[in-house]
Design a protein around this ligand. Structure first.
Ligand code: T4K
Length: 396
């Protein structure tokens, strides 16, 4: 072994923490000038000029009729469930972020967990059919990892069973299939603008739809008084989008293509470094012909790599690489969801043990990606010795 790994007391490979996620923030000068405008106008939130401009731009960018910006995607999903009048069972993949199912509980509905494709990790019609019954009102399909599920097949399946579909597209902003941007499928779609996403307003998100009625409901429930006709709604909450969020999102939208290209070059560096490593598979988008490449998703097969995903995660984090185990455990094994109905979920179970996200985004260079793949290769080369030291309790 050429160097002592940080987990056992060696110096970490990176002096500064390398985060997972995009972190695409503007320069201080651009940020200051945008904030100065807000201070000069003295209008800080609730359907302000920057929020309106952003909604208009997003409508064009995504090619949809309506975009309603909201405080974050979790709130967007809660509003979605209420706007669709759902109060019963909703099929949700267990391999997703807790907000997909948590929003159902907040809105008075409940999840039924289904499995996903073992290769691209997306929900499929057969996963829906395996758990559907008469109590199910809708499918909350998830577009994961800057890729998408097969929306046409899922729509067909939902129509055959007389249920609606909406999309948690928190991770799919700016992705396209056959030249059409993700955003207009099903009853509605929800995007996230969290700092870890390619379109970044620090916290934020939006609901998109081509349905005028759903759009009015979401606008009114979000509590943006003064935004068009008021319609009766079942409940309201403060889901408003501030001017500071809108300023950040507008700058981020302007930078979108540059940031996407940066992701592509970092991804290429990972790809060439990882190509030769036994037991480590790097996912590529299976359906989106244009991805945002905002996540580097790996599957680690413990038998052929020589170390488990959790051991690699532990080793990387000691080196100051904030790799993430999205999603572990699956929602079906996580409080407060474990009491809700679930089918057998063998693919999800396997993915929860194998999947690891590596850093990408503004704070990660191609050279960083190469160094991370070299570290992974050195873990692989020293796997036998590392495993023995970990099982002796060293590094804990
Ligand atoms: N549906 C799906 C499928 C989702 O993936 C998500 C969110 C949602 C719904 C809900 O969307 P939001 O309501 O959040 O808009 C993150 C994000 O918080 C979450 O947005 C995301 N998905 C999820 C997959 O990951 P964490 O807890 O791993 O992220 P966090 O904040 O610890 O950041 C990751 C890394 O970045 C850390 O190393 C710290 C670093 N970091 C983070 C922030 C915010 C920075 O260096 N600077 C920063 O400002 O959950």
């Amino acid at each position: 072994m050429s160097r002592e790994f940080a987990l056992f007391g060696g110096p970490p490979a990176f002096g500064n923490t390398i985060p997972v996620g995009q972190m695409n923030f503007p320069s201080w000068e651009r940020y200051r000038s945008a904030m100065q405008g807000i201070f000069d106008r003295e209008y800080y939130t609730n359907n302000g000029p920057l929020a309106r401009e952003l909604e208009e731009r997003l409508t064009d960018f995504l090619g949809v009729q309506h975009v309603m910006c909201v405080a974050n995607a979790t709130v967007g999903l809660m509003l979605a469930v209420k706007a669709l009048g759902i109060d019963g069972a909703v099929i949700v993949p267990a391999f997703t972020f807790p907000a997909t199912a948590g929003s159902l509980l907040w809105a008075g509905a409940r999840p039924v967990f289904c499995d996903v494709d073992p290769v691209d990790h997306q929900i499929r019609p057969e996963d829906i059919v395996a758990v559907i019954d008469d109590s199910v009102q809708a499918v909350a399909a998830v577009n994961l990892w800057g890729d998408v599920c097969d929306a046409a097949a899922i729509q067909g399946c939902a129509e055959r069973h007389g249920i609606s579909v909406y999309y948690d597209s928190a991770q799919a902003f700016g992705c396209a299939v056959g030249g059409t941007m993700v955003g207009g499928s099903g009853s509605l779609e929800v995007f996230s603008f969290h700092a870890t996403k390619i379109l970044n307003s620090a916290e934020g998100g939006c609901v998109c739809t081509n349905d005028d009625g759903i759009a009015s409901l979401v606008r009114n429930m979000r509590s943006s008084y003064g935004t068009g006709a008021s319609v009766p709604v079942p409940v309201t909450l403060n889901g408003r989008f501030s001017e500071a969020q809108a300023a950040l999102a507008l700058m981020s939208l302007e930078d979108f293509e540059t940031n996407r290209e940066h992701n592509m070059s970092v991804m290429a560096a990972y790809r060439s470094g990882i190509a030769e490593l036994d037991g480590l598979r790097l996912l590529s988008p299976s359906r989106a012909d244009r991805s945002n490449h905002q996540y580097v998703v790996c599957e680690i097969d413990a038998a052929s790599f020589g170390l488990s995903r959790d051991e690699v995660h532990q080793l990387l984090r000691a080196e100051n690489i904030q790799a993430r185990r999205y999603f572990c455990p699956g929602l079906h094994r996580m409080a407060p969801f474990e009491t809700y109905r679930q089918g057998p979920l063998p693919n999800t179970e396997g993915l929860c043990e194998r999947v690891l996200q590596l850093p990408i985004g503004a704070l990660v260079s191609e050279d960083d990606a190469r160094r991370i793949t070299e570290l992974l290769a050195s873990f692989h080369d020293a796997a036998g010795e590392l495993k023995a030291r970990l099982s002796e309790g060293q590094g804990h």
